[in-house]
Design a protein around this ligand. Structure first.
Ligand SMILES: Nc1ncnc2c1ncn2[C@@H]1O[C@H](COP(=O)(O)OP(=O)(O)OP(=O)(O)O)[C@@H](O)[C@H]1O
Length: 299
């Protein structure tokens, strides 16, 4: 559905995107993560046709995006910093959307009043930050987009509203195969909704994997032996992190889980626990592997 090939963008000497390729299947939810300044928003602004690339190409549903209004009409973009016409009420803004988007669904807009529960006669610039975000979702979801691109989407929303918004998004993915790209630093939340994850760093895509694959590939083990631990049994296994407390060794490993476990088991460990990693832990250890590790900070 979304295909980015060899995309590059420079801003006055800053390489914001460096030959990035990325693929998102129709009906999937793709989580884009990366440290501050990795290039996520710049990539999103190319996907939504705001920026023109220096090199490479972006296609959505087989069509180039830049200056293509037909494709842009199918995309809903909820940016980190929202913009509404000053002085407009929600109702007036909805009327504007109805004129601009041929797919506008009035019945849905009306139904969603029960979800968002904000008076549509309120001026948008009088609403709180979280309420403005709710309005952005309300309007976007009402025009039944084929693609939804979200930059820190639930930032500012309370926990109940976050849940409501994610439910609406997931419902549209399940029922009408909407495709979603979501950039967020809230990895705990992404973990619940994404099926694919892309990790960006310094304008490049380090990893693009299905979340289940990623989680089975990187894992944590806790191991202890009655006698001496012959660490050479882990030669040939990629170790992302290791620490030990007394006789208990904790490893974060990458690669073939079954093979490594069977090697350790052959040495008769007294304890061998295989523990799942959260997306947040995977992110931290993967970033450590490219020199972006957490260092002890003493002030
Ligand atoms: N309009 C611009 N002019 C100049 N440099 C820019 C511009 N927009 C982004 N950059 C630079 O491009 C790089 C990527 O920025 P970008 O906003 O895409 O990062 P990000 O991954 O979205 O970061 P964050 O997580 O902090 O929002 C940064 O080095 C930034 O300074």
């Amino acid at each position: 559905m979304i295909n980015v090939e060899h995309l590059s963008k420079n801003f006055e000497g800053t390489k914001a995107l460096a030959d990035i390729s990325l693929h998102i299947k129709k009906g999937s939810i793709y989580g884009l993560v990366g440290p501050n300044g990795a290039g996520k928003t710049t990539l999103i602004k190319h996907l939504t046709g705001v920026y023109q690339q220096d090199d490479g190409q972006i296609k959505i549903d087989g069509n180039f995006v830049y200056e293509n209004n037909e494709i842009k009409e199918k995309i809903a973009y909820v940016p980190d910093e929202l913009y509404f016409f000053p002085q407009y009420t929600i109702k007036k803004m909805a009327r504007f959307y109805r004129e601009v988007f041929s797919t506008w669904n009035e019945e849905r807009y009306e139904k969603l009043k029960d979800v968002f529960m904000i008076d549509e006669n309120m001026k948008i610039n009088k609403l709180s930050k979280g309420m403005k975000k709710q309005v952005a979702f309300w309007l976007c979801i009402s025009y039944m987009p084929e693609v939804m691109i979200l930059d820190e989407p639930v930032d500012g929303l309370d926990p109940v509203m976050r849940k409501k918004v994610w439910n609406l998004v997931v419902q549209d993915v399940a029922e009408r195969q909407m495709t979603v790209l979501v950039s967020s630093h809230n990895l705990r939340e992404l973990e619940d909704i994404c099926d694919t994850v892309g990790i960006m760093h310094q304008g490049k895509l380090l990893i693009e994997r299905e979340l289940d694959d990623l989680k089975s590939d990187v894992y944590k083990i806790q191991v202890a032996f009655k006698g001496e631990f012959d660490k050479s049994i882990l030669d040939g296994t990629k170790i992302l992190h290791k620490e030990n407390r007394g006789s208990i060794f904790l490893y974060i490993l990458k690669g073939n889980r079954e093979k490594t476990i069977s090697i350790i088991e052959q040495s008769n460990p007294a304890i061998l626990d295989i523990l799942p990693l959260t997306l947040e832990e995977i992110f931290i250890y993967e970033m450590g592997g490219v020199g972006y590790e957490i260092k002890d900070i003493i002030l």
